[in-house]
Design a protein around this ligand. Sequence first.
Ligand code: ADP
Ligand code: MG
Length: 321
Amino acid sequence: MVATGAPEKKYISKFPMMGTIVSLTLFEKNPDVVNDVYDYLVKMDAMFSANRDDSELAKVNQAAGVHPVTVSRSCYELVADALAYTNRFADSFNVLIGPLVKTWKIGFGGRQVPDDSQIDRALKLIEPGKVTLNPQDHTIFLRDRGMQLDLGAIAKGYFADRIIERLKNAGIRNAIINLGGNVQVLGDNPFSNDLYWNIGIRDPEREDGSSAAIVHTKAQTFVTSGIRERYFKANGHVYHHILSPATGYPVNNDIVQVTIITANSELAEVLSTVCFFHGVAGGKAIIEKTPGVEAIFINQQNQLIHTSGLIKISKGVYLNE
Ligand code: ADP
Ligand code: MG
């Protein structure tokens, strides 16, 4: 059946989760679906939290160099995906970055630049070839003591994709899920004549959450990574939280923020991190070569650069067809 007329209103549910405020917007009243999404995220948080000793992920990391750990299907799937992306983008995205993240402690009270020996030690523990995955019994084994998986640059994308599947299975046609830095829309915007959505791209220079641009778009995922939220300053340098698996240091070039726009949120998460390693021009070139993906970059001069699939339709407004 085709809906006629505009819906009465939208129903927005917000809850604190995974260090952010998650919001789910529906255009019909459906508390069962809201509860299902909430329960799913509580389950995922318990499974993957880096801050809990009893999460499945923590158990895999604690058993590094000792024994394989049997994990749930979700955990296995996400780690297997992350490892495949690590192999594909070997010089940038690395799911074994954990020991380096722990060494820098950026975003967790780290205020000191580690010394070279600490960085060298961590760099020896991020070799993707040292992970054994067994798809038959869903075991993960990090073969060297001290190795650690860190899903911080991919997990939200996996969750967003699964949430969209759950919404579809529940018969929801139109929705927005916002996991903080990761927005995914489903279906059409019932409030817009052309049924397109308007998604704001955050302005990294402004802390009030205002937008640097608006994208007028069909249903897509919008994943933004940036270096202006988690960082510290020392010796006249800014050290942020996206770390190079080659040097062990935060990656430095002209990118301040990148937003990836595509259908699959997990891929968008990975590409948002990968782009950081190539600067605006290099990142843009990678995305131009990737079918079905667009990107918006903000550089150190706070200029906006976008891929050719986005069309500027007025000041600060871009169309994504
Ligand atoms: P944002 O937090 O802005 O979304 P990312 O998506 O790049 O940025 O995620 C950064 C997080 O991912 C870090 O906090 C860390 O946990 C992890 N990480 C840091 N560097 C890398 C890397 N090179 N590859 C994979 N994960 C990384
Ligand atoms: Mg990210």
